[in-house]
Design a protein around this ligand. Structure first.
Ligand code: FDP
Length: 319
């Protein structure tokens, strides 16, 4: 018999430390189910192209970025436990319930440059204990739950409360459990990096990818395959299913901003998921989950995937 997300969350909620986080996950899942429908019909509804506005990151917003953000925030407002919402699309944290105890940090629509070509996009979220605004700046190890939704051929929800990682798929109005206790396979020689940035890479990244490309004739002794969807949710979903390594390291062009990907609502939730599934997540130097944030929109170097490959990469960066 299948397990619904609601039944799964009801079980999680019997742990008093996670009961509130479970209720927030239910709201995120409802927002995602609504967004999945909006995405499927967006070209018919005229929600394509760009909106003519930019977000705090200076990136062009699309009508769907704005709509996804609206859907998420509307759901957040309905939950009295959410004191703060942080969104990629909002310059500042949004103050929600006065008596709230938790923060929800999210990227409502990640990989949105893929929208025009009908390739997988996603939502990424992180739930932390937070009453005061300053509580939003906690390292990833403080997360109570994290997850992402990939809107692809199926709408997949990957979820962790820090003990195990589960995969749910949207079926009609509800998510159903498809795979429990996911472990990242170790033996997939597959890397994922935007190689058009090679001239900006640091020496360690250059040597590591060079050795991947050398295949069975190089020091890594294996023939590597490459994948780059340009949508982090799709890359992480693939790694959870078959292993490999994903890299968006800080490079000479992005270094002044800290990197490309956002720490609080991209790197941290993905790192909790990957680490809980037995993988590794690093900046190259530091465990990603240990990085103390200084800004809600902080960017960071991200390398994650199968433990052995991530450890290998760290060795290359260390020289
Ligand atoms: P996007 O800007 O389209 O939202 O979050 C940033 C992100 O997508 C990731 O999903 C993706 O992995 C990366 O940027 C794609 O970067 P490139 O533009 O360098 O391909």
């Amino acid at each position: 018999m299948s397990t619904t997300l609601s039944a799964y969350l009801a079980k999680i909620a019997t742990n008093p430390k996670l009961a509130v986080a479970a209720s927030i996950v239910a709201d995120v899942a409802a927002a995602s189910a609504e967004l999945a429908h909006v995405l499927r019909t967006a070209p018919i509804a005229g929600l394509s192209g760009t909106a003519g506005t930019t977000n705090v990151q200076g990136e062009a917003q699309k009508p769907l970025d704005i709509e996804a953000n609206r859907i998420f925030i509307e759901r957040c407002r309905a939950n009295p436990a959410i004191a703060w919402a942080v969104s990629e699309e909002e310059d500042h944290p949004i103050r929600l319930a006065a008596g709230g105890t938790h923060g929800l940090l999210f990227d409502p629509l990640d990989g949105s440059s893929n929208l025009d070509v009908n390739v997988t996009v996603g939502s990424i979220f992180s739930i932390i204990p937070a009453t005061a605004e300053a509580d939003l700046l906690q390292p990833g190890s403080a997360q109570l739950a994290a997850g992402f939704v990939a809107y692809g051929p199926a709408t997949s929800l990957v979820l962790t409360f820090g003990e195990t990682v589960e995969l749910f798929v949207l079926s009609g109005p509800q998510f159903e459990l498809v795979e429990a206790e996911i472990r990242i396979p170790e033996d997939m020689p597959e890397f994922s990096i935007n190689t058009s940035r090679e001239r900006f890479w640091n020496a360690g990244t250059r040597r590591y990818i060079g050795d991947c490309l050398a295949g069975e004739l190089g020091p890594l002794g294996q023939r590597y395959n490459m994948r780059w969807v340009g949508s982090m949710v799709a890359e992480v979903l693939r790694i959870l299913g078959r292993g490999g390594i994903f890299l968006y390291p800080s490079d000479s062009e992005t270094a002044k901003r800290g990197g490309r990907l956002r720490l609080l609502y991209e790197a941290n939730p993905m790192s909790l998921i990957v680490s809980t599934a037995g993988g590794g997540a690093t900046t190259g130097q530091l465990d990603l989950l240990a990085v103390p944030p200084t800004d809600i929109h902080q960017r960071i170097s991200v390398v994650l995937g199968s433990r052995r490959q991530v450890d290998e990469y760290v060795g290359y960066v260390a020289g």
